[in-house]
Design a protein around this ligand. Structure first.
Ligand code: GLC
Length: 406
């Protein structure tokens, strides 16, 4: 497939204009019309990474908006919520109108560093730095239950992989739950968090969902690296040293606790066991630079196994798993943001050919099927919301793979 930069940029620009929201003096991009009108944390980070290629000013605005309203009081002060309801609407689910009471993967410093590569803006960096720093301080204070640098999640929505089969057991679901059953359980858990509290220690004590996913932690470690860079950039060497030390501690704990027989695993804190269900989250760990070169190469080789190589890649669950369902939300479909993290992880370990092949295949999928939220790995059929903003991460994959950024 030929890489026609100009055409991709024009199409992405049209998509982002369609999904742009302006409110209270801020601008952000909604994930998709009607289904997802609000602002989501990791979506906005991905949006900034896309926007750097077409409208860097808007990329910075996206990051400004997502860091404008951290929680400022209560036991979760410092947290960036996974959803911002700029026009209200959160009350029913969260007991607060303006935001959710849980978080999502932190990629905000990573996004800032990537936007900076194209359009450095020290003023915005200085504006958002205290919020990003407070967010990571919150993670350490509130979510690091063992105090070793690994963080846990209290709701599947925090992972961004809402309905993944890996959450069935920690959610107390049967081996093959229906979508309705699983969704009701997620809604019930949101209600419990609202009624009780969002302390993972309570969750553990009460036998609720409390997990330490490998991919989430790898992403957080990458974000700590980027935060180290941010602190250096604004001239705070003391802060830079602090974040570097935290990243080091988290990497050590990752290697000690989240790698078993050379493979990354997710931990169920409540039940004190390793989660048995394998997912493509293991490949996402490449993104965090937590693996030795030989481990990374072994994991990258695994990505070529037949259960991970249907017509379209990367399925979020292996296609030979009983729970696999290519057309059901997060139960094995291809998601472009997951592909983007795997692609970036492969590049990080110098596995450029494999990364380029993934970039090209992802672009072919999007080109054939359109801006869907997720895709069936066997047929390529698009599902979910449309047009979905982060699907445009193919632009970043193509632009970087084409060497236009060096
Ligand atoms: C779905 C996804 C989540 C994403 C949101 C908005 O809930 O599971 O990861 O942030 O949609 O796109």
């Amino acid at each position: 497939m030929a890489w026609n930069a100009e055409r991709w940029r024009d199409e992405v620009a049209a998509l982002f204009t369609l999904n742009r929201v302006e409110v209270d003096g801020y601008r952000y991009t909604r994930p998709a019309p009607s289904t997802y009108e609000h602002q989501w944390l990791w979506d906005s980070c991905f949006h900034a990474i896309i926007l750097r290629h077409i409208d860097p000013e808007m990329a910075w605005d996206e990051l400004r908006a997502i860091s404008a309203r951290p929680l400022v009081s209560g036991s979760d002060a410092g947290m960036l919520p996974h959803m911002q309801y700029w026009r209200g609407g959160g009350e029913g689910l969260w007991g607060v109108d303006s935001h959710s009471i849980i978080t999502q993967p932190p990629l905000i410093a990573i996004a800032a560093q990537l936007v900076w590569q194209i359009a450095p803006d020290e003023q915005v960096l200085r504006t958002i730095y205290p919020t990003v720093a407070a967010f990571h301080t919150w993670f350490a204070r509130r979510r690091d239950v063992e105090g070793d640098g690994l963080v846990c999640l209290i709701h599947p929505w925090e992972s961004g992989w809402d309905a993944s089969p890996r959450w069935d057991a920690p959610m107390g679901l049967s081996v093959l739950p229906s979508d309705d059953e699983a969704r009701s359980a997620r809604l019930a858990l949101a209600a419990t968090l609202q009624e009780r509290d969002t302390d993972p220690r309570t969750a553990r004590a009460e036998g609720r969902f409390c997990v330490i996913p490998a991919d989430f932690n790898a992403v957080r470690i990458a974000d700590l690296d980027a935060l180290t860079w941010m602190a250096g950039q604004i001239g705070s060497s003391a802060d830079a040293a602090r974040w570097a030390a935290e990243a080091r501690m988290s990497r050590d704990a990752f290697r000690r606790r989240l790698i078993r027989d050379g493979l990354p695993v997710d931990l169920d804190v409540t039940r004190g066991e390793v989660l048995a269900v394998e997912t493509a989250g293991q490949f996402v760990t490449l993104f965090g630079g937590v693996l030795e070169q030989s481990e990374a190469e072994a994991i990258a080789a695994r990505l070529e196994h037949v259960e991970w190589s249907p017509r379209w890649r990367v399925p979020t669950s292996p296609v030979n798993q009983p729970q696999y369902a290519g057309d059901r939300y997060w139960r094995g479909n291809v998601w472009v943001n997951v592909n983007w993290m795997i692609w970036a992880g492969l590049r990080r370990y110098g596995l450029i050919e494999q990364a380029d092949a993934l970039a090209l295949q992802t672009a072919e999928l999007v080109e054939t099927e359109g801006w869907h939220e997720y895709f069936d790995p066997m047929t390529g059929a698009g599902h979910g919301s449309h047009p979905h903003s982060w699907t445009a991460l193919v632009l970043d994959m193509l632009a970087v793979s084409a060497g236009s950024l060096g």
